[in-house]
Design a protein around this ligand. Structure first.
Ligand SMILES: Cc1ncc(COP(=O)(O)O)c(C=O)c1O
Length: 292
């Protein structure tokens, strides 16, 4: 990354610290679009809006979609900062029950029919905070429910897993029975979180609303950071770097799993996530968790 910043300053110093467009650096958007397309999610640079972290993408989508009192469905349990975002917007947050594999499609169906939600927020792969990954057939069921009841799917995922997202199948589907066709996808750039770079992939109308909301929020994401990220993607092999990170996290997960039996009371249960950063442990009934 230091090389990338040096190159940007050396090659385009006048541009590096200037204002730029709200939509984001065209070279960065092109590079991200190519990566998504290569992973089975056909994407053009203009389908993307660069955001200041994926958290901002969530805020922008909420600004665009959620009126006070609107129903937002979430997994139970759900990523905490998403709950805060929906809460600030005055949403009525309704939890959807889950099991060890994530959202329960039958419960989603029943709640969606009753609550007429505006959107479902879901983290289908290596969920925060449970580490769970939603199986393919449940993703299809979520997509079906969204099409049937006309709610948006807002999902955060890791770049490498975009092709398996719940709403990917909706891109190829026509709206049914005159209901609006409203898949949205929110993608997280999972590495170097302090850079505060993320992006949002959404249908044109919704994306335009998010661009307007972003203008009001911060005009645009840092010019120099976007240019350095684009430069990095051009000059370096991100996949090779991700492979190194993946191996490091795998080692940590294995060490944590090995240590848990001695650390938790007897009768505790936990999962063995295939990726991500979280393990979800349940303590026996009546146990009070406390720091040691
Ligand atoms: C599900 C989820 N969404 C959003 C974020 C925030 O991401 P960012 O740093 O891209 O804003 C995180 C961070 O861990 C997360 O787990």
């Amino acid at each position: 990354m230091r090389d990338a910043y040096d190159r940007v300053f050396a090659e385009n110093p006048r541009h590096a610290l200037q204002y730029s467009t709200t939509e984001g650096d065209p070279e960065l958007r092109t590079a991200v679009a190519e990566r998504l397309t290569a992973r089975g999610l056909p994407t053009g640079a203009d389908d993307l809006l660069v955001t200041t972290g994926s958290q901002q993408a969530l805020t922008l989508l909420t600004t665009a979609l959620v009126e006070p009192g609107a129903v937002v469905l979430v997994e139970n349990p759900c990523y905490l900062a998403a709950l805060q975002t929906f809460g600030f917007a005055g949403a009525r947050v309704v939890p959807v029950p889950t099991d060890d594999q994530g959202l329960l499609p039958a419960a989603l169906e029943e709640i969606a029919a009753r609550e007429k939600p505006t959107l479902l927020y879901v983290v289908p792969t290596f969920q925060n905070p449970t580490g769970r990954t939603l199986p393919a057939e449940r993703r299809a069921a979520v997509a079906e429910a969204a099409a049937r009841h006309g709610f948006w799917i807002v999902e955060t995922t890791r770049t490498a897993n975009c092709a398996t997202t719940a709403s990917a199948s909706l891109d190829r589907r026509r709206p049914r029975g005159g209901r609006p066709h409203r898949p949205a996808r929110l993608l997280l750039q999972g590495d170097g979180p302090g850079l505060r770079l993320g992006y949002l992939r959404a249908p044109a109308g919704l994306r335009r609303s998010c661009v307007i909301a972003k203008q009001a929020a911060d005009l645009h994401t840092s010019t120099i950071d976007q240019a350095a990220a684009a430069r990095y993607l051009r000059d370096r092999d991100l996949d090779a770097h991700v492979a190194v990170i993946r191996a490091a996290y795998q080692e940590r997960r294995d060490a944590m799993l090995e240590g848990l039996p001695a650390a938790l009371p007897e009768g505790s249960r936990w999962n063995r996530p295939e990726g991500g950063m979280f393990i979800w442990a349940s303590l026996p009934e009546g146990t009070t968790p406390r720091r040691s």
